[in-house]
Write a protein that binds this ligand. Sequence first.
Ligand code: ZN
Length: 375
Amino acid sequence: MATIKKLRLKSSVSHALKKIFIIILILLIGYLFYSYQISIFTKLDYTNQSSTFILFNDLKDYILTIGKNDTLNAAFSSENYREEYLEKYQDIKYFDQSNFIKNINTLLDKGYSVNDINMIFEHGNNEEVTDFAKREKVKYLEEFYSVPYAKLKNYDRYLAYSNETGEDEETTVLIVNMDLDKEDYTDYKNVTEFSIDMLVNKHRKLSDKYVPSDLVDIPTPYASTEGLQSSKIALNAFKKMYDAALKDGYGLVINSAYRSYQDQQEVCDTYKDLYGESYVTRYVAQPGFSEHQTGLSFDIGSTTSNIFIQSKEYDWMQENAYKYGFILRFPKKYASVTGFREEPWHYRYVGVKISTYMHNNSMSFEEYYAMFLDD
Ligand code: ZN
């Protein structure tokens, strides 16, 4: 009797264990299958969250025909995902912006095409696109934004300028990007990033506190007088140019270089006393708006002639300065762009890459900046 009972007990225990084992096995197989499915999509660079979304929303076959798609990945992980826009998301180029999917939705709601939206994101950052998405659908999107360096934030200014002047889109974009639709010294930008390619002009101001971090004294014979200073990187480039000129039989000299905000104020005051206010407004940069404050500008003279434009050094500089990273900053032909009449002596260090490009393509620094550097 006792033995049979024992056996029965034993068999019911093993029966229960078997059941548990089968359940665990089913769960394990299920888990492995699920992990395998997820891994199909993570291998295509979808995040775990997006991969789960794909599985649970029956998008498996759809995604398998498309493959990797960064915009869809962002959409599937976003709380702003809208099912009706699935196929539109697919054709929109991915941009790493925090309101990306939300802005796409808003722009699609406003009736922009996928091509329009790709163009919009190309020309603005997250904040600019967000602002743009809020406004009514614009009329001349493609006209202005076919120009590669057009800025989303400038749309109204482009429209106003082209309406006013009848200029074509490309010219309009360039002129507005250079702020030439604004009066000198009004509504200017404050320059807050400092590098050899910074732009300071009548629309871009340095603070009265700005002093170049690598300011050095310029020794003679490079400087015509003692006490001149400049940025070290610009001076080193000048020394190379000076040596090359000397080797060819030309004598260069620096007559003016770094000028502080206060120095420039004094220059303005002096000229005002001599020639009056309108002269100063036209020909002398206001404090903060002078390139000399960058420490990257040199007024260059010749050791052989008092009138630089008539000297052989002037010609040598025209031919060779760009090889050392210098550009003639205010040539006659760009006076309407730079806002300064011809200054044959005023050279600016921008580095060899930019000076060479500008030399080969014959353009002002304002144009170069508007096309390649401004953000
Ligand atoms: Zn100068």
